[in-house]
Design a protein around this ligand. Structure first.
Ligand code: ADP
Ligand code: LRH
Length: 486
């Protein structure tokens, strides 16, 4: 389940005559995912997502597949609350809900930024679960008073299908309430912020079998009671699991609505430099920690497209990329992580305003706007990769890119050009594949993450983008870093 679309995919493990194994993946169902505005709040359409998930399961069996297990992964940080009867209270908030505005500063002043970082390992993002719960507390939300259990989105969806309440580790680490050193919920911090600690379940590790579909769900769908597996339920972590890297340290970019750029570690890096350069330590599958930076990503493009669609222009992503290709290079740049770009709406004008304020030519046409977004993202990738290299004291020979965004070949080429290093792109549906890998681990079909990654490398081709060293990305980079933010 991604922020822009949900999809149901089926995986089949096959053995070749030479004994080599392959994972075959087919798409069963795909549906758009939209934020819904109610009053001043932004929500997920959780019941619609459940409905579409049920369709996905039914279609799989109707098409003749007989899956034995399933797993759900979604974006991080968001949650639903259950009452004492186990019913969902209200509509879960969308992480772009404005209720958390100003709370990074407020909570930082209360607790201290260094303490908060040391006790969570996370970059301060306005949407972190901590700020959402603190906002509800400040608003004296009655929902918080009657809530008995908090379920993070993938755990919530799994609960609605199985009846089993759980909390999976990778999602727990996106809350800012999970302590990376004690590896336990930070109840002291919860108490200081008035967040009820009774809501939180003991995390389980990815690759745990949860239980079968609830009898009423299996009977509603007319399918056997297949088992749910608690996979790497945070989509970013599932995607990183599917990076076809070998044993050497590697750098990755999970490229979807967000761009998550970083490197795999075996422990969190809780240094002052990590805090200063605004990197996160997120719990990964198989005992890994991922040192990464959240970059605003293709959200900028998605929002422009949504606006143009609403104006009746209906230009698809491939055509938008073509228009960008024809537009003048390095005409104007934005800093993708400028906070103004976080909230939905008016994206093209926000981009124009940034360019006006920085005395650059103002992009007018769709092609100019998209070119500005893609070049700016590529330059941001270079900045983030250099920072990751500084933090880990390593250099990376290139960048593995995975996720829906790699269908944008221009962006992959721009990334290679900006980095002056090759980009290895693939697979596209990395979150779904990584999700399946942890099901294979749970079933004993793959021994560990290393073996699972080998399966990805043997099953899915990658596209290699060599940098075009003729083009002048270095001058553009110097201009770009003048636009601020680490
Ligand atoms: P999420 O999981 O966050 O919903 P995805 O990984 O599915 O996101 O990536 C969605 C992004 O992929 C879109 O914002 C779009 O920019 C890009 N994309 C999708 N299809 C194409 C395409 N055919 N050509 C170019 N880019 C595409
Ligand atoms: C990407 C992602 C990212 C989070 C954001 C909320 O889909 O999970 O890792 O920070 O969504």
């Amino acid at each position: 389940m991604g922020a822009s679309s949900g999809r149901a995919l089926i995986g089949k493990l096959t053995s070749e005559p030479d004994g080599k194994r392959r994972l075959d993946v087919s798409e069963i169902h795909r549906f758009p995912n939209h934020a819904i505005q109610i009053g001043n709040h932004l929500h997920w359409d959780t019941l619609r997502l459940l409905h579409e998930m049920k369709k996905g399961i039914r279609y799989a069996f109707q098409q003749g597949y007989e899956p034995t297990t399933f797993g759900i992964d979604t974006w991080g940080v968001d949650f639903g609350l259950l009452d004492a009867n186990g019913e969902l209270i209200g509509n879960p908030y969308h992480y772009r809900d404005p209720q958390t505005e100003g709370l990074i500063e407020e909570v930082g002043n209360l607790i201290g930024q260094e303490v908060l970082f040391k006790q969570s390992g996370l970059q301060f993002m306005p949407f972190n679960t901590l700020y959402q719960l603190y906002a509800m507390k400040k608003a004296a939300s009655p929902k918080l008073d009657i809530a008995q259990t908090l379920l993070l989105t993938p755990d919530l969806l799994a609960y609605l299908l199985t009846g089993v309440k759980s909390c999976e580790f990778t999602m727990a680490t996106t809350t800012q309430l999970f302590h990376p050193e004690t590896q336990a919920w930070n109840t002291e911090l919860m108490e200081r912020l008035g967040i009820p600690s009774r809501l939180f379940l003991e995390p389980v590790h990815s690759g745990t079998i949860l239980g079968p579909l609830a009898p009423e769900v299996a009977s509603e769908l007319g399918v056997p009671a297949m088992q749910a597996v608690s996979v790497g339920t945070h989509d970013t972590e599932s995607a990183i699991a599917a990076v076809p890297a070998g044993d050497e340290p590697f750098a990755f970019l999970v490229c979807g609505t967000w761009s998550l750029l970083g490197t795999e570690m075996n422990a969190p890096l809780l240094t002052p430099e990590t805090l200063e350069l605004e990197f996160s330590n997120e719990g990964g599958v198989g005992g890994t920690y991922q040192l990464l930076k959240n970059i605003m990503g293709l959200w900028l493009l998605q929002e422009c497209k949504r606006e143009w669609d609403e104006q009746g222009k209906e230009i698809g992503f491939p055509d938008l990329v073509r228009l960008a290709e024809q537009a003048e290079p390095f005409r104007s740049l934005v800093h993708p992580d400028d906070p103004r770009f976080f909230s939905p709406g008016g994206m093209a004008d926000k981009i124009r305003a940034f360019c006006a304020e920085t005395n650059q030519p103002i992009p007018q046409s769709e092609g100019e706007i998209v070119r500005c977004i893609l070049e700016s993202l590529a330059l941001r990738y270079r900045q983030a990769l250099e920072q990751a290299e500084k933090l880990t004291n390593r250099t990376y020979g290139g960048l593995h890119m995975v996720g829906g965004g790699i269908q944008n070949r221009l962006l992959c080429q721009f990334a290679a050009n900006a980095l002056g290093k090759p980009v290895w792109a693939g697979p596209v549906e990395a979150s779904a594949i990584g999700n399946m890998l942890m099901q294979l681990v749970a079933l004993g079909e793959c021994k560990d993450l290393r073996e699972a990654r080998k399966l990805v490398a043997e099953s899915f081709p990658i596209d290699v983008y060599e940098p075009d060293l003729e083009s002048d990305w270095t001058t553009a980079y110097e201009t770009f870093i003048g636009y601020g933010r680490v």
